[in-house]
Design a protein around this ligand. Sequence first.
Ligand SMILES: *[C@@H]1O[C@H](CO)[C@@H](O)[C@H](O)[C@H]1NC(C)=O
Ligand SMILES: *[C@@H]1O[C@H](CO)[C@@H](O)[C@H](O)[C@H]1NC(C)=O
Length: 438
Amino acid sequence: MSLSIFSRKWAFNPARNLISALTFIVFLIFDFVDTILCVLYHYVDGFIEGQASPCYCQKREKQDKSSGDEYDKECELSETLYGRKNVFREMGFLGFGRKWENSQKSGGGEMVNRWSDCRCETCLSWLNDGEHKLHVFVREPSQATTKDWQGKSAENVIFLHGFLSSSRFWTETVFPNLSDPIKRNYRLFAVDLLGFGRSPKPRDCLYTLKDHLEMIEKCVIFPFQLNSFHLVAHSMGCVIAIALAEKHLKSVKSITLVAPPYFPSKDGGGLKVLEKLAAKRLWPPISFGSSVMSWYEHLGRCVCLFVCRNHRTWERILRLLTRKRDLHFMFMDFTRHTHHSAWHSMHNVICGGVESMENYLEFLSKAGVKICVVQGDQDQVIPLECSYNIKAKAPNAEVSIIKNANHSSVIVSREKEFTKFLERTWASLTHTGAGTEE
Ligand SMILES: *[C@@H]1O[C@H](CO)[C@@H](O)[C@H](O)[C@H]1NC(C)=O
Ligand SMILES: *[C@@H]1O[C@H](CO)[C@@H](O)[C@H](O)[C@H]1NC(C)=O
């Protein structure tokens, strides 16, 4: 950038330039603080747990193909984990050794939470179960009590929630609004994704797309022997739903995607997704928050240490302030994760999933799978272009843009309409007439 262009711009738009200068300075400070925190956590972790947790502050080490499993594991990681730019890191500032291998070879400590994660009973309950099992809410069809039921096998639907959410995103909205025929004939599964809600939050897992898929197969598809199902997903869940549909093409009847984060990979892959979804901006607060949490591993860990580790305290305070016994489920779910699970899901699923999503969408479209896309025109998290990006890749997708609805209110403030929409979608593919409306 030449200086003369810079000064001309400065002359024409002082306000905007002041904001960009301020933004630049604030994030430069964050770069610095994150680097300092990296060292600090290194020592604190070492002191408390005997070994530092690995992070992504060092340059990615090239694994060669001969290392087998480790190579495969590396390939599933998003480029954004190592590719995030930090001025101080680039300069080799504070050259201290932290190696990827540390994480691979670390022996103890994996079956306990980090010291910086919550240790309340619900957050730790999964540790007593031995094997990791997702929390799955199953709503069985009530057909046994009605004479309509003629021994037909029930239709199945799997619901996948978005980032920092849980199965309650569906069980508190869609489930109470189902019509009677659907209640009788449909078996519904709402899953808490790995690392969220009441599901396990293992620290020896990198929350790749593959990890999420395998857990859903292990806890829903295989044990319930599902060989036919519909998929409904919100936000991050859409990436997982599309991968699941591709893997189980023969079983999938329809896919409903609400606010899917999809950008064509020709626009620049994972790093571009990170820049679009978490642009480094000071305003609005939601952008500021997501940029800090997505770009700064250690700053984000501090926020989680403050918010998630103490979620019970925050809930108590909020109950006092609002004088309500029951807090909104979205507030509760927002803190039910560890920094490790959220950080890796953000990068490995949302950013890293973009390329596989592209191939899968094309494949599903060619196979003629019904795809419905729903998004609010006021979505403040996922740009509206994403819905049209899907349409461009999968021309048979039906896109519905909802007026005056945002990222969550597209479902949460219009449960009835959304449920009706789902029922119509399913019924259009059911020849038994089981899904007809009241
Ligand atoms: C639909 O769900 C919402 C949220 O749970 C609930 O408040 C509302 O009463 C439900 N509507 C019907 C008709 O059950
Ligand atoms: C989304 O819309 C709902 C209802 O209109 C509103 O209560 C909520 O604050 C909005 N969320 C954001 C982040 O704007």
